[in-house]
Design a protein around this ligand. Sequence first.
Ligand SMILES: NC(=O)c1ccc[n+]([C@@H]2O[C@H](COP(=O)([O-])OP(=O)(O)OC[C@H]3O[C@@H](n4cnc5c(N)ncnc54)[C@H](OP(=O)(O)O)[C@@H]3O)[C@@H](O)[C@H]2O)c1
Length: 164
Amino acid sequence: MLALIVAVAHHRVIGKDNSLIWHLPNDLKFFKEKTTGHVIIMGRKTFESLPFLLPNREHWVITTNKGFNAPEGVRVFSSPEAVVEAAKEMDIAYVIGGAQIYEAFLPYVDVMHITEVDHEFEGDAHFPEFDASAFNTTSVVEGTVDDKNKYPHRFVTYERKGNN
Ligand SMILES: NC(=O)c1ccc[n+]([C@@H]2O[C@H](COP(=O)([O-])OP(=O)(O)OC[C@H]3O[C@@H](n4cnc5c(N)ncnc54)[C@H](OP(=O)(O)O)[C@@H]3O)[C@@H](O)[C@H]2O)c1
């Protein structure tokens, strides 16, 4: 099964200058809880924005660069379709971005975990528009705003209709 996980601010902004804009430890914790022990699927740019390989997760990277020099253990794919095929072997695999990769995988994902960040940021990467009527909203959990998590946020889960 394919799932997607993303944090989205106002106007669907998800990043700027190939990095994340806001710091929300609650969301990092949520991301870690969901993805640990699973495959994470990402575009080459998001891969290059990671400070290090994320522990206890198998990284799958999509690039058109046939000579892409991946660290040991990282699996490289040349198209989203090849990933969709390989993910059929997995109980669950998480699409973790960025903008191009979310767009490419939207037709294939069964579940979306969207952290809505209730704040306006300037950005250059956006989550694509999607047809909300194709999904049921199955969970909405308000995040706790505190000293370390300054922006209001909520964790929303969408499940594709007709999938049960
Ligand atoms: N807020 C969040 O939750 C979140 C999560 C992840 C990322 N982000 C942000 O998103 C931004 C990056 O997004 P992005 O759209 O610029 O980059 P991206 O989606 O991470 O990666 C784009 C790259 O993926 C490869 N690619 C894309 N489509 C492909 C296809 N059909 N076939 C083969 N390869 C393909 C290409 O690599 P090559 O050029 O090597 O061919 C392309 O340049 C950053 O700002 C990052 O911080 C935010």
